[in-house]
Design a protein around this ligand. Structure first.
Ligand SMILES: C[C@@H]1N[C@H](CN)[C@@H](O)[C@H](O)[C@@H]1O
Length: 441
């Protein structure tokens, strides 16, 4: 069990052992599937962000911003018609949850978190209070959450739910959000909305006993007082459940960061970084290879996050028909190939004690993890001129060079050096990390 100072509640080991989850942003916005590939949250100038929002799931907001390119795109491509019509156009006719989950599992994911209701207020289940504004009564005419939950649990993965408590452009009816400094103006805080949202989260708990409650954008002020009771109900229903940190500081079993934003939350025994494979969570048809992680990027992101004690929640944005975009599938397939011989160096590991071995950026790229019996060195980008030789800086005596083994089975030679261990091995010059296992002394 891992204690965490935010809530003080021990975080179940399943979560800190899981290391890797898959986020799924799927909605009526997957029909429009359009945003400018502006860049990463936390890197793009906040003054530019909302008018040129790279998040395709924010389409309804972006098209309401005067002069935005999205507004022009919506006018020319969709005749400026109401966003709500995209729900009826969304058919999910090729949705095969078992196919998704098999790929997620092979890629090494141990939990899956789909959006149940995003900022557009459209529910992917027959959510109380939504009437026909959901995928059971319109569009797909399917309880997409129940179908995915069944497939996730049939594959022995954990199932969490994303819920946009803080923003709801239907029930909360607000003007478009124009700047992060004015985000609160876009958020409903009234008692009626608070009761509406509370009832829906309770319904998700009752239906699915979700292993993760992933709320987003805070919680309505009128409902804050009822959150302790909601969390108590959740933990009584799901004793091994975990709650994220996006409830307006009401509670957190763990902290989250998103792309390059809130990286200061990446500390302690339990945190999670989330991002899309590209610059968007919802499927964005304008993204090209230059905007996407490749498999090596995704593996390095996972290894870096895990080496520092975190989990990676990597997002896929399915198309409206229910297929995963081929370029996103390719990244997960690449991770699956790597994970086939590297899982032991990732899952259920922990960071090394501070100061015992140095990570290194650049050439070579080095990261470390450990479990009870082994220490793993991840190595990539070894310069050609080094002839496959790498000096791993470690506390003297930390590693036994005679126990060095490459997890992919290739040969590696190791010898004690003045600053730790020298290893010599072929094929470490690629961006894709290779793990070398050492027995702990
Ligand atoms: C996981 C992401 N969270 C942000 C809020 N920070 C959302 O605005 C975004 O659409 C996505 O759901």
């Amino acid at each position: 069990m891992n204690d965490f100072p935010q809530s003080g509640r021990p975080v179940p080991a399943w979560f800190t052992d899981a290391k890797f989850g898959i986020f799924v942003h799927w909605g009526a916005y997957s029909v429009s599937a359009w945003a400018e590939p502006t860049g990463e949250l936390g890197v793009v100038d906040p003054d530019v962000w909302f008018k040129h929002n790279p998040y395709a799931e924010w389409y309804w907001n972006t098209i309401r911003i005067e002069g935005s390119p999205a507004q022009e795109h919506h006018r020319t491509t969709h005749g400026g018609r109401p966003y709500d019509e995209f729900l009826d156009e969304w058919k999910a006719e090729l949705f095969d949850p078992a196919d998704w989950v098999e790929l997620f599992a092979r890629a090494g994911a141990r939990y899956v978190v789909p959006t149940t209701k995003h900022h557009d207020g459209i529910a992917l289940w027959d959510a109380p209070g939504t009437g026909i504004r959901n995928t059971v009564h319109r569009g797909p005419r399917r309880d997409l959450i129940a179908d995915l939950a069944a497939a996730v649990r049939a594959r022995d993965l954990r199932f969490g739910v994303y819920y946009s408590g803080g923003i709801d452009w239907y029930a909360g009816r607000r003007d478009p959000v124009l700047h992060e400094d004015r985000m609160d103006e876009g958020r409903p805080h009234e008692a009626a909305y608070a009761a509406y949202a509370h009832r829906q989260v309770i319904d998700l708990i009752d239906r699915h006993s979700p292993d993760v409650l992933w709320n987003d954008m805070g919680w309505p002020r009128a409902g804050q007082a009822d959150l302790p009771e909601l969390f108590s109900y959740y933990y009584a229903t799901v004793p091994e459940g975990v709650v994220n940190d996006r409830w307006d500081n009401a509670h957190a079993d763990y902290l989250t960061s998103e792309y390059e934003a809130d990286r200061a939350n990446e500390w302690g025994a339990c945190w999670e970084n989330t991002r899309g494979i590209g610059f968007s969570f919802g499927y964005n048809q304008t993204e090209g290879p230059e905007h996407l992680l490749d498999p090596a990027d995704a593996v390095r992101l996972l290894v870096d996050v895990v080496s520092r004690g975190g989990n990676l929640l990597l997002n896929v944005g399915p198309k409206a028909d229910g297929t995963l975009p081929q370029e996103q599938r390719a990244v997960l397939e690449g991770m699956a190939s790597w994970m086939a011989c590297h899982s032991e160096a990732v899952h259920a590991t922990r960071p090394l004690e501070s100061g015992s071995a140095d990570p290194h950026d650049g050439d070579p790229w080095v990261r470390w993890t450990r479990d009870e019996r082994h220490i793993y060195a991840f190595v990539a980008d070894v310069p050609d001129e080094a002839g496959g030789r790498v000096a791993l800086k470690t506390r003297p005596g930390l590693l036994d060079p005679d126990t060095a083994e490459r997890l992919d089975g290739d040969t590696v030679k190791a010898e004690a050096g003045p600053e730790g261990i020298h290893i010599t091995s072929a094929g470490l010059d690629t961006p894709l990390p290779t793990a070398i296992r050492f027995a702990t002394r």
